[in-house]
Write a protein that binds this ligand. Structure first.
Ligand code: E4P
Length: 218
């Protein structure tokens, strides 16, 4: 299972990279705005900085909603760095653009997936990744993990190579549940990744080991 971090915050990306388990980064216009990154030049520059920190794929989202605009923006983003994956919204024009990018071997991440039908058509169009938003489904009393499970079944039935990127992960249990179901990738906040390390019995056990060592080596 690949671990992506869902942020545009450079220090959090660095911290996750230093852990040694980071496979990539996802961003979106809201996350870029949260870091105060505005204006095309600054946005492109920020993507380059992220690519310099991590080794894996970095999703950069287009803001156009028409085919020509998505293609223009996507090609510019893809030229920026080989690690860039063009993040395209799940809309009709987006599907056409994903098909186009796929024919040009430009990697894509189809975002804002909330149904199996959307996942299926994005895979048919040749998306590299599809991003079902599990946390946002949970927020509206719909089982986000069930969506991941249904997509896994469908992709397995037909051998789609599109990777299932569980997005809108909010906490550590989401990661564990996605791993049980067989999501290819998860993207979540740094806290959800760091939560995998923690167990109170580990802390208690380590404290005791260190105390015993100290006593016997005095
Ligand atoms: C996906 O790539 C999105 O950036 C992200 O996971 C959205 O998560 P949120 O629902 O926590 O905003």
């Amino acid at each position: 299972m690949k671990f992506f971090i869902d942020t545009a915050n450079l220090s959090q990306i660095r911290e996750a990279q230093e852990l040694g388990v980071l496979d990539g980064v996802t961003t979106n216009p809201s996350l870029m705005a949260k870091e105060g990154i505005t204006g095309k030049k600054n946005i492109l520059n920020h993507y380059s900085k992220i690519c310099d920190i991590v080794d894996g794929d970095v999703s950069a989202e287009v803001i156009s909603t028409d085919f020509e605009g998505i293609v223009r923006e996507g090609e510019e983003l893809a030229q920026l760095h080989p690690q860039i994956v063009v993040k395209v919204p799940m809309i009709t024009e987006g599907i056409k653009a994903i098909k186009y990018f796929s024919s040009k071997t430009i990697k894509t991440n189809c975002t804002l997936i909330f149904s199996v039908g959307q996942a299926l058509i994005a895979a048919k169009a040749g998306a590299t990744y599809i991003s079902p938003f599990i946390g946002r489904l949970d927020d509206v009393s719909t089982d986000g993990l069930n969506l991941i499970s249904e997509i896994v079944t469908i992709f397995d039935n037909y051998g789609f190579s599109t990777q299932i990127l569980a997005a809108s992960v909010r906490h550590t249990m989401h990661i564990i549940d996605c791993a049980k179901i067989g999501a290819d990738v998860m993207t979540g906040p740094l806290s959800s990744i760091k939560g995998l390390v923690k167990h109170p019995l580990t802390d208690i056990g380590l404290k005791k080991f260190l105390e015993d060592h100290k006593k016997s080596n005095q």
